[in-house]
Design a protein around this ligand. Structure first.
Ligand code: AVJ
Length: 331
């Protein structure tokens, strides 16, 4: 990855090459929308508007995931900090770092300088957050990275940290298939030293009557979030989608243990996408599969970690046991 570092005293910024990113988006859209089951990678939800919509989702009553994980971090921040030690904290998919703040506060209270290394695919959120955190914490030093880490957790080697805690919160690992998750964990484990830790926040299996509304809320924010990817194709790739002719859909697939989000075409239609020189045809009710959100049991999380060369050391839960924060070490 090509990076460009902008630095001041307490902030360093590694930037990914935006031209490369746009090329990748074009390639992924071509690949996904010409497949028999049309699909799009969920990472493309997070442009500026999509990141804002995701923040709104986190405030929804139906979206328990956010508050459950926040409860864990709020309740056990001091305990977690004591367990991991005062290690540099690397965070995959840091977003607005709203939950991470509880952990950062524990670092701050220790009264010793510490380093926070957020990695995110959304440039705007990343730099806004970094600047906010610099104002809030006097002991913090930030090395931020604008990157798509999903296929290559090794990007964090650019931080050149000897010892580190690597966090992956928000159940974002659930976007990967179990096979992809194992691969991601293995590659992460490979860059962990003997004192390093991996912190994983993951949503637990539960009744579909709780799961489905979390991905199909009454106010239609999740629908707008899902449809936003069509807007993004329109303005970044010259697409001619009429987002109103698609409907948001969330289903629970019990065999796979995952929530699936789709966009269903309300009618038969042809959609030109100028920049990729394609016209995509849709049958009525044909769907674009836009996201998987895998749910696990505590045992499955332990097994997944083990497959990924990690050993489960500690677990923390919210009071309702909806969500799990797991601490792993390399094995
Ligand atoms: C950020 C991937 C964890 O799967 O719950 C929220 C994204 N999608 N509502 C999730 C999401 C629909 C979210 N993750």
């Amino acid at each position: 990855m090509q990076t460009e570092a902008i630095s001041n005293k307490r902030l360093q910024f590694h930037d990914m090459d935006v031209a490369v990113h746009r090329h990748t988006f074009a390639r992924d859209v071509t690949l996904g929308l010409t497949a028999p089951q049309k699909w799009l990678p969920p990472k493309y939800f997070y442009d500026e508007r999509g990141s804002q919509l995701y923040e709104q989702i986190c405030a929804l009553p139906e979206y328990y995931l956010y508050r459950a994980e926040q409860e864990i971090l709020r309740t056990y921040a001091a305990e977690i900090h004591a367990e991991i030690g005062h290690l540099a904290l690397v965070e995959f998919g840091s977003g607005n770092a709203a939950k991470t703040c509880y952990l950062l506060a524990a670092y701050e209270w220790a009264g010793q300088p510490f380093r926070y290394c957020p990695v995110d695919i959304s440039r705007e959120i990343l730099s806004d957050t970094a600047n906010r955190l610099l104002r809030e914490y006097t002991n913090i030093e930030i090395h931020a990275m604008h990157a798509d880490f999903a296929g290559q957790p090794e990007v964090i080697e650019a931080f050149q940290l000897e010892k580190k805690a690597v966090a992956f919160f928000g159940s974002s690992l659930g976007n990967f298939t179990p096979e992809e998750s194992v691969e991601f964990l293995r590659r992460t484990a490979a860059i962990l030293g003997p004192d390093d830790v991996f912190l994983l926040g993951i949503d637990l299996k539960k009744s579909p009557t709780i799961l489905i509304p979390a991905y199909d809320d009454a106010r239609g924010i999740t629908a707008a979030f899902n449809l936003n990817v069509l807007h993004r194709i329109n303005y970044e790739l010259g697409g001619q989608f009429d987002p109103q002719s698609f409907e948001h859909m969330a289903i629970y697939n019990p065999e796979k243990g995952r929530i699936e989000m789709h966009l269903r075409s309300r009618q038969a239609q042809r959609v030109p996408i100028v920049n990729i020189e394609q016209v995509i045809t849709f049958r009525k009710d044909e769907t674009i599969h836009t996201e998987n959100s895998y749910k696990y049991t505590e045992d499955e999380v332990c097994d997944l970690g083990y497959e990924g060369n990690l050993v489960l050391h500690r677990t923390w839960f919210d009071a309702r046991r909806y969500f799990l924060l797991a601490l792993f070490r390399s094995r």
